[in-house]
Design a protein around this ligand. Structure first.
Ligand SMILES: [Zn+2]
Length: 53
């Protein structure tokens, strides 16, 4: 469990995987999982939905 960097709401890991992007359940900000041990999130880059291979 960690906290949203935008609104500080609790964010559960559940089955999220590294690199997964999901909306904050409270403020809707897109968050990206950048760590799983410990679980950590950061705001997802808005224009990087696909990683431009
Ligand atoms: Zn939030």
């Amino acid at each position: 469990m960690t906290h949203c960097p935008e609104c500080d709401a609790k964010v559960e890991r559940n089955d999220k995987v590294l690199g997964e992007v999901f909306p904050c359940p409270d403020c809707g900000t897109e968050l990206e999982v950048f760590g799983t041990s410990p679980f950590a999130v950061q705001p997802a880059p808005k224009e990087a939905e696909d990683w431009g291979e």
